[in-house]
Design a protein around this ligand. Structure first.
Ligand SMILES: NC(=O)c1ccc[n+]([C@@H]2O[C@H](COP(=O)([O-])OP(=O)(O)OC[C@H]3O[C@@H](n4cnc5c(N)ncnc54)[C@H](OP(=O)(O)O)[C@@H]3O)[C@@H](O)[C@H]2O)c1
Length: 360
């Protein structure tokens, strides 16, 4: 019984992953509707204003059984990766549809602290179970849950460095430290992210595009540049994309001729842009998963504020010697950082190491 529940939740989770690039800014949820151990409908979250996963699955069952859908759906079990919404948003509450369709039981992966779905369903006499494949569903929904619980996105920081911690030569030569294979792999990290954040130092030094070029994407991630003195011209490659770009600055003192750029004034903290306020702003914009891809100054600031949840290092077997920027200048405050390595992998001649911050 428990194994079967996990199997159906696993299918819902697979559907949830397919909602990437579609559901933004809504969470990527998957659902399956089961009657007598047979899947009668499945679905995931559609574009904002369209169906949530639960309704997609119910509608799928209606399409699959046009002559007797009401009877089929009545008494069925709904498996859903995230607690159903109980509040009217751009669409009506999913709990209403679940109750209206006489679904007998709702099995949930992760709870949603912003909703009362479980309570509303229980009060309507519907059986509920929460926590099936919780570790996997929590992991899948970690960006959304971070946005709801911590009012900031889940932050992944990518660092490409040499064995002696160099991220760039001081004289600006040699743009790439790691191999092409590692760079392609890091494009997949960009693909996972709703937005990428960097500093004006990197924009000026490298003029990077910071797009996903390893795979076809429906939409490039949004870019965010921290630019206190508004040095950006708007013509830099990073801003040449269809999606919106944000520049976070201290004083919005000039007009930038690029309709895709939104300039946001954020209070400064000892001269630099306040990172917590920046992340709170991005969470309000619906950014759940954020990738930090910057030079040492910004990486250090994020670490000092303990705002990085996951590090992805690509380490090349090279020594860069004295003439280098180190990936950060350690300060006493960050002695507390406690990382757990969750993945190591050779990519060509480079080592990829993924580590989770245990204390963020
Ligand atoms: N190997 C890698 O993984 C990698 C990745 C990216 C870049 N890089 C290299 O890094 C070098 C650039 O390093 P960088 O340290 O100058 O660039 P950065 O960290 O990308 O940008 C730093 C700048 O961002 C602005 N900023 C605004 N708010 C900030 C805050 N709260 N904390 C820190 N900075 C803030 C500051 O400029 P204002 O005061 O003018 O606003 C600061 O000088 C380049 O050579 C590039 O090639 C390496």
């Amino acid at each position: 019984m428990e194994d079967q529940r996990k199997e159906f939740m696993g299918i819902a989770l697979k559907l949830a992953k397919e909602a990437k690039d579609i559901s933004f800014p809504n969470p990527m949820v998957g659902a399956v509707l089961v009657k007598n151990n047979e899947i009668i409908g499945k679905g995931n979250t559609k574009e904002p204003g369209n169906n949530h996963a639960e309704i997609s699955a119910i509608n799928d069952a209606k399409r699959n059984f046009p002559s007797n859908s009401e009877e089929k759906i009545k008494g069925s079990s709904l498996y859903v990766t995230l607690e159903p919404c109980s509040k009217q948003g751009r669409t009506p509450a999913c709990t209403e549809e679940i109750i209206k369709n006489s679904i007998k039981e709702v099995i949930i992966g992760s709870s949603d602290p912003s909703q009362d779905g479980l309570k509303v369903l229980s009060n309507a006499g519907i059986k509920t179970q929460i926590g099936v494949l919780k570790d996997q569903t929590d992991d899948h929904h970690k960006g959304f849950l971070s946005r709801v619980e911590r009012k900031r996105p889940y932050v992944r920081c990518k660092i490409a460095c040499s064995l002696d911690g160099g991220v760039a030569f001081l004289n600006g030569e040699s743009k790439w430290i790691t191999s092409e294979k590692s760079r392609i792999d890091s494009h997949d990290l960009r693909k996972k992210s709703d937005a990428i954040i960097t500093g004006i130092g990197t924009v000026i030094a490298d003029d990077p595009k910071m797009t996903v070029r390893s795979k076809e994407v429906k939409k490039q991630p949004i870019v965010c540049v921290l630019d206190t003195k508004l040095k950006s011209k708007g013509t830099e490659k990073i801003y040449q994309r269809d999606s919106e770009s944000f520049i976070f600055t201290k004083t919005n003192h000039k007009t930038i001729n690029n309709k895709n750029i939104k300039i946001v004034e954020i209070d400064s903290k000892e001269g630099d842009i306040n990172l917590r306020d920046t992340l709170e702003y991005l969470a309000k914009e619906g950014i759940s998963e954020l990738m930090l891809e910057s030079g040492p100054s910004l990486v250090s600031s994020f670490i000092e504020e303990n705002l990085i949840d996951e590090f992805i290092f690509y380490i090349a077997p090279k020594l860069m010697g004295k003439n280098k920027y180190k990936f950060l200048d350690l300060t006493p405050e960050i002695k507390e950082l406690e990382l757990k390595v969750i993945e190591t992998q050779y990519i060509g001649n480079d080592l990829k190491l993924v580590a989770i911050n245990q204390r963020s």
